[in-house]
Ligand binder design. Sequence first.
Ligand SMILES: Nc1ncnc2c1ncn2[C@@H]1O[C@H](COP(=O)(O)OP(=O)(O)OP(=O)(O)O)[C@@H](O)[C@H]1O
Length: 246
Amino acid sequence: MLSIQNLNVEVENKLIINRLNLEIKPGEIHAIMGPNGSGKSTLSTTLAGHKDYHVTAGTIRFKEHNLLMLNPEERAGEGLFLAFQYPVEIPGISNTLFLQTAINSIRKYRKLEPLDSWDLIDLINQKINRLNISDKLLKRSVNVGFSGGEKKRNEILQMAVLEPDLCILDEIDSGLDIDALKIIARCITLLRNANRSFIVITHYQRILDDIQPEYVHVMHHGSIIKSGNFSLAKQLEEQGYDWLIK
Ligand SMILES: Nc1ncnc2c1ncn2[C@@H]1O[C@H](COP(=O)(O)OP(=O)(O)OP(=O)(O)O)[C@@H](O)[C@H]1O
């Protein structure tokens, strides 16, 4: 699904990702943890194709593609999705219109007919019923005035509607109350299948308790310095990072 080898990424001429390696197979959930500023969001932003994040060495293969040859729209068309740490507000564009535009741009890339408004509403209704997400936010402008938890839930709704193959969730659990955290974790579990992989960037073990990732990685200074299973997250929660980065 995703193969990253010896990746270096520079932002504003500063090396942020430093010889990073990561292999993700279909259906796997990988958690990435690590101290503030270790490069986790830089990795996710690079995978999504942000123009200010310059890959200066290494390779990234996504399915059968050289990811670095694809622009951000092509990456989304191939099934890559990034849920932002800080979801952006888009005044004047309703959530429904945003979802319609996003899904139809992916369908166009895949040479499929666009969904009309009725098909879209059906699809959204299926997803909100399955995930038990409220439809109240659909008519409002994207993320404008949404609470922190509503923004995160909206990211999950986008993911459910777009049905990506690789879901990158950058601190999807930040700022959530205990119940909202459970809802988000449940949605992720419901969206999990044998072909869909996840990268879950988080600071906390709590969400991982519910989604049970196969792998947990620790990033530091732009590299993965330790990989393990779920027990590594528990160890980090108890002991912090000092024992790893000294
Ligand atoms: N656009 C940018 N311009 C300048 N520096 C940047 C930019 N993006 C990231 N950086 C720098 O790269 C380093 C890694 O940041 P990044 O946000 O990737 O870390 P992180 O591990 O996600 O941190 P956190 O856990 O605090 O969210 C930081 O020193 C940050 O200031």
